[in-house]
Each structure stands twice: as structure tokens, then as C-alpha cells.
Design a binder for this molecule. Structure first.
Ligand code: NAI
Ligand code: MG
Length: 357
């Protein structure tokens, strides 16, 4: 049976890196006998919005819900459509309606990439950030009263459900279980946020009982961010609420160099709905149309998609191909953001060739 993949390139460099993501996936599919069927959609882009007055057609849920995965490029073109409209009208709809309650980002220092942290080598930074993606601090519970007067008040509540907390923790513990170091770090702030964060800590302690071989520690978010910079080698799997995870999942990849290579996954682990795989970067209007965008974030996201679909060896081969091409350091091949003279195509082709073996 073919795995049905919905392809949404989106805007700007999304349309340039997507073909390289697919090229790499097709190379892996051929080598490992995986049947992938890609279907391309024009919606979820600002051009679609300009034509139709909305980011997605009304029946997008029906159109997409039976796919095995969504492969997204990037969305946003602030000169044409305000970011809150383009992002809320597309990506955030998928994350919510498809209950993609895990946001997963690997933070791995690759060969040939200079970390902004002095003296760090590949191997020193290799961990995952697991972010809760549906509740927590990003709730719409709250309101405004006495607007425009001196009595004006605003209120926004953090919502943590037992189901919501436990399911992200379970995912993170399960992930730690698959890793050689078997270590889990929880992001908290139970010294300052005195109701929800102690609850989060309690659920971590409860979940830890079911994973006796996982080493668990926790840090308050303020010192944790400092430790990402000072001691990135301490971490293996880091789990946080929606807000803390949001912060950590930008800081972590930033510690590993360029934004052009970082991948991410929005996962519905039970497979009730398709999961979504996308590079961390946006549509990069400043370099769009020049053919120089780094395609690695898109390709690596494709590797995460294959891993999610159950093809660990194919996924590992894709990541290894990225590492090999980076460590060869051929300046004619590498893109400019990583010190080369090449372009999107040269780097995409080199990685696809390597995947083919
Ligand atoms: P951005 O990630 O698009 O660009 C930030 C900087 O990194 C730019 O200088 C860009 O040239 C560079 N860059 C990004 N990806 C690169 C790549 N693959 N190769 C080489 N250089 C790369 O973030 P920015 O400029 O804040 O946002 C631009 C648009 O993208 C906005 O509309 C924003 O809302 C949207 N956006 C969408 C995201 C998504 O689709 N998940 C994520 C982040 C931003
Ligand atoms: Mg963010």
C-alpha cells in the first residue's frame, strides 16, 4: 500500500526547497522499496489567499484527513498578507484540528556547521525538544473588561489537562527510552507559577515511575535556557509546556548553527490524523526567488516523516547523507548560508545522490 503524502509548498523559499525535499524522499523510497504517493495542493499559501480570500478551502479537513502525512514548506508573505492571517489560517489549523499535540525538534550539531557556542563539536549537541502543542499557556480562555478606562483588566488563563500533560510526557519518556542515554529533562517554573507548574512536576514524577530506567531531572525555565547555552551536552530529551517548549525549540536549534537546516514535526502519535513535517525556517522573503535557500531543513523534515511512517533505516540514511555532504564541505555544492558558493539545486542533488547510495 502506498503512503499518501499531501504536499503543500506554501510561500517564498517553501516552493524552492520543497522539490529538493521530494527528490531526497524519492531517492530513499527507491532504495528502500517504500511506496510514496505525493499529492500537491496549492492552498495554504498567500497566493491562494489573494485569489480566494482565505488560506484554505472550506473542505480542507475532508481533503486532507485521510493522508498518511503532510509535508509542508513554509507559509507567510507579510507584504501581501499579514502574518497572523496566513499562519492562523493554515498551519495552526492543521496543528489544532489534526490534534498534533507533539511538536518535535531535533537539536543536533552537524559536521561542517559552526555552532554559535564556542568550542562545540559535532557530538556535543544532540538532543530533542518535545513541546506540548495544543494547550497550556496558549489558551483562548480569558478576556478584557473595562476596556479603555483606568480600570481596564486583561486576563488569559493557562489550561493544563491531565490528559494533555500526560500524553506529551508519555511521548517524551517513550522517546528517551529509544535513545542510548535514556535521559529526560523537564522544563518547569514551579517556584514562580504556583499552581499549574507544580501540577506539571507532579505528573512528571508520576510518569517517571513507569520508566525506572530513564534518568529524570528538571530545571526552572530561566536557568534551563542558560544551560542550553552553557552545557548543551547535558541534554538528551527535553520536554516542556506549550510556552516553554516554544522558547526552547527555537533556542535549541539556534545553538546548532543555521536556521536553514533545522527540521520539525507536528505529530499526532496515535495516527488518528496525519502528522505534519516542515522545516523550522519561514518563507525567507529576503532571499526568495534567488534559488539559494538551503534545502536541508526540508530534506531532514522528510527524514522525520519516514521515521514516523516506520522506516527507521531509510530515515537514518537520509540524515547520514546530509552529514556526509556537509562534512565533505565542497564549496561548489554547499549553499551560501553555510559558507558555500552553490545553490538549492546543487545541495539538493548532492544529498539525493548520496541517499541513492
Ligand atoms: P525566516 O525563517 O523566513 O527567515 C529568517 C532569516 O533566515 C532570513 O534572513 C532568511 O533569509 C534566513 N533563512 C531562512 N531559511 C533559510 C534557508 N533555508 N536557507 C538560507 N537562509 C535561510 O523568518 P522571517 O523572516 O521572520 O519570516 C518570514 C516569513 O515566514 C513570515 O511571513 C513568517 O510569518 C513566516 N514564517 C513561517 C514559518 C512556518 O511556515 N513554519 C516559520 C517562521 C516564519
Ligand atoms: Mg516559535
Amino acid at each position: 500500500m502506498a503512503h499518501r503524502i499531501a504536499v503543500i509548498a506554501g510561500d517564498g523559499i517553501g516552493t524552492e526547497v520543497m522539490p529538493e525535499g521530494i527528490r531526497a524522499l524519492e531517492a530513499a523510497a527507491k532504495r528502500f522499496n517504500i511506496d510514496l504517493a505525493f499529492t500537491t495542493f496549492e492552498f495554504g499559501s498567500c497566493d491562494y489567499y489573494l485569489e480566494h480570500g482565505k488560506m484554505l478551502p472550506d473542505d480542507w479537513f475532508e481533503q486532507l484527513k485521510d493522508f498518511d502525512a503532510l509535508f509542508y514548506g513554509a507559509v507567510g508573505w507579510p507584504d501581501k498578507v499579514p502574518d497572523h492571517i496566513s499562519l492562523w489560517g493554515s498551519l495552526l489549523q492543521f496543528r489544532r484540528q489534526f490534534d498534533q499535540y507533539i511538536n518535535l525538534r531535533p537539536c543536533k550539531l552537524m559536521p561542517g556547521i559552526k555552532s554559535p557556542l564556542a568550542g562545540r563539536e559535532p557530538g556535543d549537541i544532540d538532543f530533542y525538544v518535545v513541546r506540548e502543542n495544543t494547550e497550556g499557556e496558549y489558551s483562548s480562555v480569558g478576556g478584557k473588561m473595562f476596556e479603555g478606562t483606568e480600570r481596564e483588566i486583561v486576563l488569559q488563563e493557562t489550561v493544563m489537562s491531565r490528559v494533555g500533560v500526560d500524553r506529551v510526557l508519555k511521548y517524551a519518556f517513550d522517546l528517551a527510552q529509544t535513545r542510548p542515554r535514556k535521559k529526560l529533562t523537564s522544563a518547569t517554573k514551579s517556584n514562580g507559577i504556583s499552581i499549574t507548574m507544580p501540577y506539571w512536576d507532579e505528573r512528571v514524577a508520576e510518569m517517571a515511575k513507569q520508566y525506572p530506567d530513564i534518568a529524570v531531572d528538571k530545571f526552572h525555565i530561566d536557568i534551563l535556557t542558560a544551560n542550553f547555552v552553557l552545557h548543551p551536552d547535558w541534554f538528551d530529551v527535553v520536554v516542556g509546556s506549550n510556552l516553554f517548549g516554544d522558547i526552547l525549540s527555537d533556542l535549541g536549534p539556534a545553538c546548532t548553527g543555521t536556521i536553514g537546516i533545522a527540521p520539525s514535526a507536528n505529530i499526532n502519535p496515535e495516527g488518528m490524523f496525519p502528522s505534519l513535517f516542515e522545516p523550522v525556517h519561514g518563507s525567507a522573503p529576503d532571499i526568495a526567488g534567488k534559488g539559494i535557500a538551503n534545502p536541508i531543513g526540508q530534506i531532514w523534515s522528510g527524514a522525520m516523516m519516514l521515521e514516523h511512517l516506520g522506516y527507521q533505516e531509510a530515515a537514518d540514511t537520509m540524515v547520514k547523507a546530509i552529514e556526509d555532504v556537509l562534512s565533505e564541505g565542497n564549496s561548489q555544492v554547499l549553499t551560501r548560508d553555510i559558507g558555500g558558493l552553490g545553490n538549492t539545486l546543487s545541495l539538493g542533488h548532492a544529498i539525493a545522490e548520496r541517499i541513492s547510495g
